[in-house]
Design a protein around this ligand. Sequence first.
Ligand code: BES
Ligand code: MN
Ligand code: ZN
Length: 490
Amino acid sequence: MTSPAKVTFVDPDLDAIATATGRVAVVVSGDGKLSPAARRVNRLSRGAIKRLTESDSYDKRAIGDVVTLAYPVGMEADAIDVVILNRRSTQEQLRKAGASLGKLMGEDGLLLLPGTLRDTQRLIEAIVLRNYAYKDQKTDEAKPTGTITVQCADPAQMEQVTLPLLAVAEGVFFTRDLVSAPANVLTTTEFANQLKALEDSGLKVEVLEEDKLTELGMGALLAVGQGSDSPSKVVVMRWDGGGDEAPLALIGKGVVFDTGGISLKPAAGMEDMTMDMGGAGTVAGAMKALALRKARANVVGLVGLVENMPSGNAMRPGDVVTSMKGDTIEVTNTDAEGRLVLCDVMWYAQDRFKPQGMIDLATLTGAIIIGLGHHNAGVFSNDDKLCNALTKAANSVGEGAWRMPLGDAYAKQLKSRVADVNNVGGRPAGSITAAEFLHRFVKDDMPWCHIDIAGVASVKAETTFAPTGATGWGVRALDQLVQTMMEKDA
Ligand code: BES
Ligand code: MN
Ligand code: ZN
């Protein structure tokens, strides 16, 4: 398990600056005005800060930039990170600066001197989020991440506004660990065990085993998992922090490994399919975040955990399976398995919980990567209000989300000669026909969003804000949505 860096809040202490080890980050405004702490750093380092702010190039630096002065004289720290931020900086500038600091600090300790910076908690959040590395499979003695010490005028108040953000960061780290884990380690059973352990955070967790899923009639989900030696499971996580309102339902695709099944994927790049449980990972991280920050809302998370393998028991192309809803599905391509898992979990969620709204997340199609790349998740919805609230929440926390269309003409591509519906709709508009397949399993008047996170759940190159690998995309968007939509007058 990867834990976010510990953050402590202390009173200003000019003497401690000289003896701090690791790194010292000091906020300096764009016009070069120095806070008392920055003046102290300047004096200790014999004028290094002033040399920077008075240099010709200082004007050309952007707000949000970080300039490192390595091995300063007069201080025990290895480096001074000069953080160029005005007292009132934008969320994006704060995020950018924080991400640079989070990357630079690595496993070192960090003394942060924010001066009079507003929204310092956002800077801290960004440092913590960027300071992630997946090391669970490394045998070298794991060095614990250093502590972030924040010197500020009112430590108790600063701690109070930062704690909920750190709770959400724990949810993001949980998602990243799950998405990063190899499939031989994160089997369906291990995944369910890790979700069961969320009861320690205050969630109610139920694991539904195959006999129960058979009884419920989840023929589509079970068909996907039938070729694997790992048992299929559905896990239900409940956070009841609200009154008696109907819950919001979050549904996640949890394919722990997607070989494609009998419609086998090409060998090159198949290892990336360890992340095909990204939807379930995001739902789990969001549920953990809501529990840790004790959200005043009712939210239920449901994930379908299966492995898509070719074997003597595997489903074949041409098989017809019966969903919990009762619709029969012709499986033309066993690699279009995510929708088969989701349709049963979505139906069960609506049947059992009568939610006020439903959001599913899935690494569903390669086509969404062609459409939107790695910068935006694709959002599909039958409800403008829910969809606008979701995309707004996502964009406000810096998680890209872009709405895509639905439509009957796309749904027609899924016509089957032998069954009620086909599981694939041909190459054109592959992400939209996948969404239309799911749409069929949304009850009338149920506000619903489908988020295709195939492009954003894990990235091959680091972005400004996230390290290479699992991003945890969506945990903060969903948390923000719950805040704005469900907790606004609580
Ligand atoms: N898990 C994949 C989608 C995917 C692709 C996720 C790349 C992340 C990166 C999904 O199960 C799949 O195989 N989809 C097929 C659908 C097709 C057979 C209609 C695809 O996108 O090729
Ligand atoms: Mn597939
Ligand atoms: Zn898949």
